[in-house]
Design a protein around this ligand. Structure first.
Ligand SMILES: [Zn+2]
Length: 163
């Protein structure tokens, strides 16, 4: 038996912790897109550029992290789509008519699940088709570093430090 302990007032989990201006690295609520490890974040330089790093040393700036997350998302969506389509085809093949009377309850359940999996796969293809990553090309080509907007550093060409 597994016993779980719950804190009376659990700390909020942030993707990016609210205050990063102490010069230290802070644990995020994000995982590394390359290895799945926990990411820490710190700010660097006058523009408070956000730098993320996992335990084994994969490092990312904001555009790299966003691109990595988008790639993983697309891979996982396609993997789920493939699983659903294969499941539907397998269940369908297992329930092919053999000419021996009424389908059993198991066959009916297989067919019902195959139909749902097929519908889910079609819905997922719509999600994949409509998924659009943010355009990460900087509006100002001379400014390429992404800072923490909460500390005055901003995305290139998109914030308060721009004229
Ligand atoms: Zn990593």
């Amino acid at each position: 038996m597994v016993t779980r302990t719950f804190l009376a007032h659990p700390e909020a989990v942030y993707a990016i912790p609210p205050r990063l201006d102490d010069g230290a690295a802070h644990v995020t609520g994000l995982s590394c897109p390359d290895c799945g490890g926990v990411l820490k974040v710190e700010t660097e330089g006058r523009d408070a550029v956000l730098v993320f790093e996992c335990r084994i040393g994969h490092t990312f700036d904001v555009p790299e992290l966003l691109a990595g997350k988008e790639e993983r998302l697309e891979e996982h969506l396609w993997a789920a789509n493939t699983l659903l389509e294969e499941l539907a085809e397998l269940l369908t093949d297992l329930t092919q008519e053999n000419g021996h009377g009424e389908p059993t309850a198991a066959i009916r359940a297989f067919r019902e699940r195959a139909g749902r999996a097929k519908g889910n796969a079609a819905a997922l293809r719509v999600v994949i088709r409509e998924s659009r990553p943010v355009d990460l090309a900087p509006a100002d080509p001379g400014k390429s570093a992404w800072g923490d907007p909460r500390a005055g550093g901003v995305a290139p060409g998109a914030g308060p430090t721009d004229p």
